[in-house]
Structures are given as C-alpha cells and as structure tokens.
Design a protein around this ligand. Structure first.
Ligand SMILES: NC(=O)CC[C@H](N)C(=O)O
Length: 357
C-alpha cells in the first residue's frame, strides 16, 4: 500500500512514498540541476509550484542554512526519486509535503511533452488517490495568483549596506518581487548599498531613497500581474539606469511596451547555454522561469538561449537598461555570468558622469 499520491491534470494518479506528510497543490515543474537543492528549495520564484528534481538523489551533502536564498522553503511541495533523511526532516519541519520513490523520469517526460500542469499531492497515513485528485482540481492556474508578490516581498523597506571594501558606492533601489538573497549579496559585496523596497512600491517610494539604479528582482508567477512594478519602470525608464533579473527582465520589457508569454515547460537548471550576440561568446547559466519575453518592445535582444532562441538578455545603451532572463548570481550554478553585476554598477557610474558633465 502506498502512503502518497500525486494526481496530474492529465488524469493520471501516481503512487509514491511519504517523506513529509501533507496535502497540497501547485503547478508541477522540474529542474535538471544536480546540485543546489537548498538554494532551489528556498528560491521565492518557486512559490505556488511543486518542484520535481530530475536528478535522482537529493540531499547527499546535507542541509545548511548558509546556502538558503530566503528564510523559508518556497515551493508548495518537493518530489525526487530519493530524498535523504536530512532533506526529508528539513521539509517536514517546514510543513512542506515531500514524496519520493516514484518514477521522476516519467513525471519529467510528461511535463516536457504536455507542459507545466496542475497537480495535487496527498501524503501521509490514511490518504487516498481521491484526496490527491481533489487537491489537483482545486489548483488555480499560475496567472490567477494575481497578488503572488505579497507573499514573497519585504513588507517594509530594508537597507542592506555595501561592503566598505567594495569598489562601488552606487545606491540601488531594488524592487523585491521575491528576490533571492544572493542577488542582494552580489551587489553588496561590490560595495553597493541596496534599498530593498516592497514589490508594490510607488514611484514616490523609489524617489525617497534617491537611487543611482533601479533594479527589478526575480520572483514567482506571471509577470503581467506585477502592475505596480511596471508603473515604476515606466516612470523611471530614461531617468535612471534600469536593471533586472528573470521576472525583472520580463517586467521591464512588458512595462516598456513589449510582451511576455508562458512557455510550455520553461527553463529550470544549471546548464542552460546562452549566447551573447555582440561577442559570440557562449556561457552556461542558471535558470528558473516559465515565462519568456516574446516581444522586447523598444529593447535590443543582445543574448539568446542556444537551445530555443528565446530572449536571455535585453539592453538599451541610450536609456541605460540591462536585463537578464537567467540568474547571473548563480546559487546554485556556474559563475560564468557574475560580471553582469559589474556591468550594472558601471552603467550607474557612467550615467553619473554624464549627468555631472
Ligand atoms: N526566477 C524568476 O524570476 C521567474 C520569473 C517568472 N515567475 C517565470 O516563471 O518566468
């Protein structure tokens, strides 16, 4: 007898083993990352999703909070072929259902062919397949989570001061739509002060911190629902240098007249190849997204995904805009694109010089 079930939107119910009990639902997605489970499980971009690891053994180097990207576990549930006890105990302590001992190859293949889909999980003593089906049937599409930012953003502004040993003295206003901690750290360690503002900050809130750069973070859900952030971008484009990562790129493009669309199953992993069209250089990148910029509006697409040609980098040298669809901060993943943060800070410095002249 199984003690866990996952019901899929395509009508199937799979049996599994409970590692952390509970009933929940969410959008079923997978990551191909083979390390970095602590970072992925604490990445706020996974809110309202059920995260499947395609790598079969998750937890083999323990669980350490230094590697967390936020204070809590973010997906609604986690699935692997095999979780170690360390990970199972962590997720249980956080009340996040976790299941293993199922064929994750089949799950991943299903999502790859049919797309990210609603699923329901029922795990623990006395659960039935019907419990999982009821959860799946109550699962809302991602775009219906219209205020998803509220659950992952700071409630009040916070100042994260830059390292005095860092070279930059740039002041950044970061719209926190669900920011990974290592984005803030990447800026701080270069010396930049980061004013973290709520996802629904107004243009006046941004002006109040008198920033040199406006930075829009990563985050969960459909970018079109981040209405306040789009207004802020629209107001400051051309006035301040603008940067964004992942959801941030999508919000910037959409705010300036472009458009986003949902991908079939997205990009989630640590070996996504990205080509810079200006230099022809290819780097390996960390990714976690289910939407993409379909129309960049007035921005130039300067980087593309080698696998499917989707927009990975947008720029406008005159307006001072620089965004990435992938995660230059890594954590987990390759450090090939850390220089993005240097480029953002350099953009601020050069704009300051232009203004001073
Ligand atoms: N990592 C992110 O910022 C994800 C952005 C957006 N929620 C998407 O899935 O495309």
């Amino acid at each position: 007898m199984s003690d866990a079930y996952i019901a899929l939107a395509d009508g199937r119910v799979l049996e599994a083993r409970t590692r952390s009990p509970g009933r929940t639902r969410g959008e079923l997605v997978f990551t191909t990352a083979y390390t970095g489970y602590e970072e992925s499980l604490t990445d706020p971009s996974y809110a309202e999703q059920v995260l499947t690891f395609s790598y079969p053994l998750i937890g083999n180097y323990g669980v350490r909070s230094e590697r967390f990207e936020s204070e809590t576990v973010q997906p609604r549930a986690a699935i692997a072929r095999e979780f170690t006890d360390d990970v199972a105990e962590w997720l249980d302590g956080e009340d996040i259902p976790a299941i293993d001992h199922l064929d994750t190859r089949e799950l991943v293949t299903t999502v790859r062919e049919e797309g990210a889909m609603a699923c329901g999980i029922a795990a623990g003593e006395d659960v039935t397949p019907e419990d999982a089906i009821a959860e799946m049937e109550a699962c809302e599409p991602m775009s219906d989570h219209v205020d998803i930012g509220a659950g992952v953003s700071v409630a009040e502004p916070e100042l994260h001061e830059g390292d005095p040993a860092g070279e930059s003295d740039v002041r950044i206003a970061l719209l926190d739509c669900g920011a990974k901690g290592s984005i803030i750290e990447s800026l701080n360690e270069r010396g930049a002060d980061v004013h973290v503002l709520p996802y629904d900050a107004t243009p006046e809130d941004v002006s109040a911190v008198d920033p040199d750069v406006l930075f829009v973070s990563n985050g969960p859900g459909d970018p079109e629902n981040f209405v306040a952030a789009k207004t802020v971008v629209d107001v400051f484009a051309g006035e301040l240098p603008l940067a964004g990562i992942c959801l941030g790129q999508q919000i910037v493009a959409s705010a300036l007249g472009g458009d986003t669309e949902k991908m079939t199953f997205g990009h989630r992993g640590v070996n996504q190849p990205v080509k810079d069209l200006r230099t022809d250089r290819v780097v390996m990148t960390t990714q976690n997204h289910g939407y993409t910029v379909a129309d960049p509006g007035p921005l130039e697409v300067t980087q593309i995904n080698v696998n499917d040609d989707t927009a990975e980098g947008l720029e406008d040298d005159d307006l001072g805009i620089l965004t990435r669809q992938y995660h230059p901060e890594a954590n987990p993943g390759p450090h090939d694109s850390l220089d993005f943060f240097d480029d953002v800070l350099a953009m601020a410095d050069s704009t300051t010089e232009i203004t001073a002249d």
